[in-house]
Write a protein that binds this ligand. Structure first.
Ligand SMILES: Nc1ncnc2c1ncn2[C@@H]1O[C@H](COP(=O)(O)OP(=O)(O)OP(=O)(O)O)[C@@H](O)[C@H]1O
Length: 265
């Protein structure tokens, strides 16, 4: 059985610019792969190729060994769930209805929609909001709803599942972000290949197994967290001093702040 999702030498051009340039990336079963890089580096475009929403100018995308272009929308949607950067639903559906939309690819199977949706709501801590219209939610609640929809779509999670998340925690407070990333890890433990675009490099170092660092559309570095998250590489790519330190066997990543505005004294 071939699992995961592989991008081989993919490029995307817009006008005269190449915004993803000859990138090869694998999202492997049971693994969280975080895509990081500065604004405009091409992270969302790369994830869009994997999601099937962006057509590469050259190169191939394979889901479970099959060329993405040859898979039916329904087949692809059963194996691969996607949370885009802006996953907001602009209409007055309830939270429960939005999460249930994740089950659309499964509707011709005897799938237990109510149970799967209830489980996704409970796991993400949204049960108390299930009857609220999504247009009335806060930004963080809306993002959590989009994540719950992906969880519902990806059920049952197997080694064939691929889950792609573009900045899933950008609008969340620290507690909700940590809880969501812990759920993301749990999905990978159950076998899913997870692709996770993050701006928070510290969170990427904590929750990912592998990191793909993009710069100007190219893969600058790719591999296990300690190999890619090196101070010199990150400082060079982001153009600002970044420190990486080990505390209790965990890598921590953050900016070097020499002149703090607030000293706390
Ligand atoms: N349709 C388009 N036409 C022209 N330029 C585009 C188009 N789509 C993306 N770009 C440009 O391609 C570059 C990569 O965009 P992308 O959204 O993939 O970057 P990103 O790494 O996800 O950025 P961010 O961290 O800011 O979300 C950006 O400079 C963007 O302006």
């Amino acid at each position: 059985m071939t699992t995961g999702l592989t991008l081989a030498a993919v490029s995307v051009s817009r006008g005269h610019r190449t915004i993803v340039d000859d990138a090869s990336v694998s999202f492997e079963a049971g693994t969280v792969t975080s895509v990081i890089g500065p604004n405009g580096a091409g992270k969302s475009t790369l994830l869009g190729i994997a999601a099937g929403t962006v057509r590469p100018t050259s190169g191939t995308a394979r889901l479970g060994g099959h060329d993405l272009r040859r898979l039916s929308v329904k087949h692809a949607a059963r194996r691969r769930a996607v949370m885009p950067q802006d996953a907001t639903v602009a209409f007055a559906f309830t939270v429960r209805e939005v999460v249930a939309m994740g089950r659309i690819p499964w509707r011709d199977l005897k799938s237990d929609v109510d149970r799967v949706v209830s489980d996704a709501l409970a796991t993400t801590g949204l049960t108390h909001l299930q009857d609220r219209e999504v247009t009335t939610l806060s930004g963080g609640e809306r993002q959590l709803t989009a994540f719950a929809r992906v969880v519902a779509q990806a059920t049952p999670v197997t080694e064939e599942s691929v889950i792609l998340l573009d900045e899933p925690t950008a609008a969340m407070d620290i507690a909700h972000a940590e809880a969501t990333l812990a759920l993301v890890r749990a999905l990978a433990r159950r076998g899913a290949a997870v692709g996770l675009v993050l701006h928070d490099i510290d969170a990427a170092a904590a929750y990912a197994d592998r990191v793909v660092l993009l710069q100007h559309g190219r893969v600058r570095a790719s591999g296990p967290v300690p190999e890619v998250c090196a101070s010199a590489t990150l400082s060079d790519v982001y153009g600002t001093p970044i420190e990486v330190f080990d505390r209790d066997g965990r890598l921590h990543v953050g900016p070097v702040r020499r002149d703090p505005v607030c000293t706390g004294s």
